[in-house]
Design a protein around this ligand. Structure first.
Ligand code: ATP
Length: 234
């Protein structure tokens, strides 16, 4: 069952007491999730598995600062994420950005989570290659590495590190942070991982819905039913 951010904080604190010498690593996947689809879910599941993470938190953005307003209410995007992860013990929902009133800055979210899990737990921020290529436009992005590692997933249609799309500032971070093997340290590295390539985007899902086309098998069935019942993306 999905848990709220404060419940998660309590759980993290309890986890810290259980294994203070070797705190559990944690994965985080932020996104607009408008709507959540199987591309997001495979990213969270495969990265979590590859890194041996017992928990990956999906963090829906309240008001994403670096993109246009989502098509759907925050509460509905949150509900779709909850439906999507139900029954998977590895994936949990962290609703802290939705509960905030202002814009959601990932660096601030990571700073909060770091304060909750303590200085030693490895934190992994997951993102697709497209999101990584835009990282230098994020608020205070270089500070992300103080709080977490970044794990980049290949995404169909996006070339990664060799890409001409890398800005100079991003390229220099890549050059000194990229590692072949995920470290056990708390933060500061960049790691790439190839997941099952799924060329699914929320934009394409919304477009299909607007054209009256099927989205079956692009999103979990519970999410598809919710979209239908709530008449989202008309
Ligand atoms: P939109 O089409 O509305 O821009 P999106 O499908 O890219 O949405 P987001 O919620 O913006 O979804 O993405 C959240 C994170 O998931 C980002 O880091 C993004 O790169 C990653 N992601 C989304 N879809 C995929 C996919 N098919 N494969 C790998 N990563 C993905």
């Amino acid at each position: 069952m999905a848990r709220s951010g404060s419940e998660l904080a309590n759980q993290a604190a309890a986890g810290g007491r259980r294994s203070a010498a070797n705190p559990a690593p944690l994965g985080l996947l932020g996104g607009t999730f408008d709507p959540i689809h199987y591309g997001h879910l495979r990213l969270a599941e495969e990265m979590g598995e590859a890194l041996g993470l017992a928990q990956v938190r999906l963090v829906p953005a309240g008001l994403p600062p670096h993109r246009s307003a989502p098509a759907t209410a925050a509460s509905q995007r949150l509900q779709m994420v909850r439906l999507a992860v139900a029954g998977n013990p590895r994936l949990v929902v962290d609703d802290r950005e939705i509960r905030k009133t202002g814009p959601s800055y990932t660096t601030e979210t990571l700073a909060e989570i770091r304060a909750e899990v303590g200085p030693d737990a490895p934190l992994w921020l997951f993102m697709g290659a497209d999101a990584f290529l835009g990282l230098a436009t994020w608020h205070d992005w270089q500070r992300l590495f103080e709080f977490a590692h970044i794990a980049i997933a290949h995404r169909p249609g996006y070339r990664l590190i060799q890409s001409d799309a890398l800005t100079d500032s991003l390229r220099s971070e890549v050059e000194h942070r990229l590692v072949d093997t995920p470290p056990a340290t708390p933060a500061g590295s960049l790691w790439r991982f190839t997941i099952t390539p799924l060329d699914i985007s929320a934009t394409a899902v919304r477009e299909r819905l607007r054209r009256g086309q099927s989205i079956r098998y692009l999103v979990p069935e519970a999410v598809r039913t919710y979209i239908e019942e709530q008449k989202l993306y008309p």
